[in-house]
Design a protein around this ligand. Structure first.
Ligand code: ADP
Ligand code: MG
Length: 237
């Protein structure tokens, strides 16, 4: 409890948010050990717009899962706003994740039976907010991503780009410290991809901390910092 209470404090631009030291993640497959991450050092500051790039199999998703507190390193340390995520129990790690991270995935992951507003309200359902407040916040998040006129549409009544905007609004609604996006334009055509990238650019310009994981160098060029990984190691950045 005490280690997490400071997380509700103000989010200062330039604050060290993420501090990885010698992070390793190995998988055992039969007799073999696969070193998906092999000693990653990385610092990410509040307000950063960072792209993590690398070829398929280089360790991007493994790194994203650790950054997003979905997984723990098998070696090294990960401090998120000073909290040692590598040492936390599952439920405490889940709380840290809910408070600090907004995820955007390639496959949108929207619930088909809920409209846009209902999907964006989901992260707020388990909190203390009353229904009216949840709805107001979800409306504001949808407005921020340019979907004020599509709040009552279900995913099958929206284009791919609009679905990803809903997913971005859902990631933003709990006001996380970090927006973490893994190949967010992977299911979109090139024109729609560019629109979604412009939305990330706007969110970044508005002060959001954005981490974009992509194998496409053209997308990485939107970010102001690029970290390239190869065979589980940082090779530049
Ligand atoms: P990327 O996202 O860059 O394509 P990944 O992080 O998914 O790379 O994978 C990095 C390496 O770890 C690959 O060699 C992959 O086969 C291996 N790997 C990933 N997840 C697992 C797993 N659950 N079990 C065993 N090996 C895995
Ligand atoms: Mg991947």
């Amino acid at each position: 409890m005490s280690s997490l209470s400071r997380l509700s404090g103000p989010k200062v631009a330039g604050e060290l948010l993420i501090d990885l030291r010698g992070v390793e993640r190995s998988y055992r497959v039969g007799e073999n050990e696969i070193r998906a991450l092999d000693g990653i050092d990385l610092e990410i500051f509040s307000g950063d717009y960072l792209a993590i790039t690398g070829a398929s199999g280089s360790g991007k998703s493994t790194l994203m899962n650790i950054l997003g507190c979905l997984d723990r390193p098998t070696g090294g340390s990960y401090r998120l706003r000073g909290v040692p995520a590598h040492e936390l129990e599952d439920d405490t790690l889940a709380r840290l994740r809910n408070e600090e991270i907004g995820f955007v995935f390639q496959s949108f992951n929207l619930l088909p039976r809920l409209d846009a507003l209902g999907n964006v309200e989901i992260p707020l359902v388990y909190g203390q907010l009353k229904l009216a407040e949840r709805t107001e916040r979800a409306r504001a998040a949808l407005d921020r991503v340019g979907l004020a006129d599509r709040m009552e549409h279900r995913p099958n009544e929206l284009s791919g780009g609009q679905c990803q905007r809903v997913a971005i609004a859902r990631a933003l609604v709990s006001e996380p410290s970090i927006l973490l996006a893994d190949e967010p334009t992977g299911n979109l055509d090139s024109r729609t991809s560019e629109e979604i990238m412009l939305l990330f650019d706007q969110l970044s310009a508005g002060g959001a901390t954005v981490i974009l994981v992509t194998h496409e160098s053209g997308l990485a060029a939107h970010a102001s910092k690029v970290v390239h990984i190869s065979d589980g190691r940082v090779v530049s950045g």
